[in-house]
Design a protein around this ligand. Structure first.
Ligand code: ADP
Ligand code: ASP
Ligand code: MG
Length: 436
């Protein structure tokens, strides 16, 4: 079984849906096709939810109307026959009625919002399955809400996903399902966070022991730097699971941060491919790798640095444990850490509980907080053992103030913390210094 995942831009225009229908037909293997919402839809649904939470019903209604118009135009160009256009209209009417009913809930809350944002993937998969019917391609639509589950910790419940999904797909053939959406442990609609369809594809692959997971997007694979920030980046033909996981976690937007681990656990190769250029080689992510090369640079924004300074730390044991316990208590994970004799600096990307964390840390000493930080990370197997690399990095960053450095924690990664306003300069200069 092959898992095909198509992202928002790959389904976002009628002609793109035509192209992906051709792509999956060209492969006779049994497959599960995981779709995102049409590009822009999840953003619109999030905006509608924001208005409803803020009690701006009129503004929400306008946004709903405009989204519905978008779908009316979309189906007109997607299907050839009037019969299928009519069936698609009925689908749109049905789901927009449900969306309108949600918008009438008096105290619209975050739980309702999760139900609302799920309609993006529900619409795209229903419309695509209907298009395959028009082409007379046999395909079965599977409702992800019937098999994708989170446990009490909010993490995917692999055992139940696998037990639910295996019988549904045992017959082989072509299945279509939604990325991103799932149910939580109480059965309510939930999701795998923004960009989560990649994660769905990897979880589905692991759940049914697929042969390969293919992530189809709008670029020809993982590039060696962020193509939105740096010119002349190029695709990387091969990455190890560890390298890809580090790049995804540290900001390479092409992959959801958690999307590598499920496939890696089952050693299922992951391919990144371009829907607009299917003949391009793309990136293959697997267990094999070459050591010693710098593969890529990535950057993760929205980081907060916290420094705890205390003379009590000097020669004291148990100090770090007490500091970490505070973060554990507030379920906040730490990305980077550096220490000196009298201070420890850590970074977090989830600042939801920052004020309580700060208050508790203040019992140990002075606490300083810097927001708007960016982690820049240089990734490659055994990269930390490459002679002369540190010199190249610091030469490239000679006019960028570096707030923290993490070296040697992993052999695959060197991370630096800088102010977000220096990010473009840092990525461009590192690209010059490391890849030219
Ligand atoms: P999809 O909608 O298919 O999930 P995304 O927008 O989530 O697509 O991811 C693809 C985008 O990721 C690319 O268009 C590119 O701008 C961005 N991107 C960021 N960093 C990288 C990188 N290192 N390599 C490739 N693409 C990257
Ligand atoms: N539609 C969701 C989002 O825009 C999930 C995804 O596209 O991966 O975040
Ligand atoms: Mg994505």
């Amino acid at each position: 079984m092959i898992i095909y995942k198509f992202g928002g831009t790959s389904v976002g225009k009628p002609e793109r849906m035509h192209a992906i229908a051709n792509l999956i037909q060209a492969d006779p293997s049994s497959k599960i096709v995981v779709l995102s919402a049409l590009s822009g839809t999840t953003n619109s649904l999030v905006a509608i939810g924001d208005q409803l939470i803020a009690n701006n019903k009129d503004a929400a209604d306008l946004l709903i109307k405009s989204l519905k118009n978008h779908y009316a135009e979309f189906i007109d160009a997607l299907y050839k026959t009037d019969a299928k256009k009519d069936e698609a209209s009925t689908i749109i009417e049905k789901y927009f009625k449900e969306i309108e009913a949600l918008a009438l809930i008096p105290d619209f809350n975050h739980g309702n919002n999760k139900t609302l944002v799920a309609y993006g993937e529900i619409l795209s998969t229903n419309l695509f399955t209907l298009y395959l019917q028009e082409l007379e391609v046999k395909a079965t639509l599977l409702d992800a809400l019937d098999f994708m589950r989170l446990n009490e910790e909010g993490e995917p419940d692999m055992e139940s996903i696998s037990a639910n999904l295996k019988p549904l797909t045992a017959g082989g053939g072509t299945y279509i399902t939604q990325g991103f959406i799932c149910r939580n442990h109480t059965g309510q609609t939930d999701n795998l966070k923004r960009g989560g369809s990649d994660y769905s594809a990897s979880l589905i692959g692991a759940a049914i022991d697929a042969d390969e997971v293919q992530i189809w997007t709008d670029i020809d694979g993982m590039h060696n730097n962020d193509p939105r920030v740096v010119d002349n980046t190029r695709p990387i033909a091969h990455l190890t699971f560890d390298e890809a996981a580090e790049l995804a976690y540290f900001g390479a937007k092409i992959l959801h941060p958690s999307s590598i681990l499920p496939a890696q656990t089952k050693s299922i190769p992951v391919k990144l491919k371009n829907t607009m250029a299917p003949e391009a080689e793309g990136t293959t992510i697997s267990i094999e790798g070459t050591e010693g090369d710098i593969k890529a640079i990535a950057a993760k924004d929205g980081i907060t640095a916290i420094k705890i300074k205390s003379t009590r730390m000097l020669l004291a044991h148990g100090f770090l444990r007490r500091v970490f316990e505070v973060f554990e208590k507030y379920k906040t994970s730490i990305d980077m850490i550096t220490t000196s004799e009298v201070a420890v600096s850590v970074t977090i990307d989830n600042d939801q509980n920052l004020s309580q964390i700060r208050k508790e840390l203040e019992q140990f000493g002075t606490v300083a907080i810097d927001r708007n930080q960016t982690i820049v990370c240089i990734v490659g197997s055994m990269v930390s053992e490459k002679k002369g690399l540190v010199k190249l990095i610091f030469n490239a960053l000679s006019d960028v103030p570096v707030r923290m450095v993490s070296y040697g924690g992993s052999r695959n990664n060197i991370s630096l913390l800088i102010s977000s306003e220096d990010k473009t300069k840092a990525l461009v200069n590192l690209h010059e210094g490391l890849f030219k």
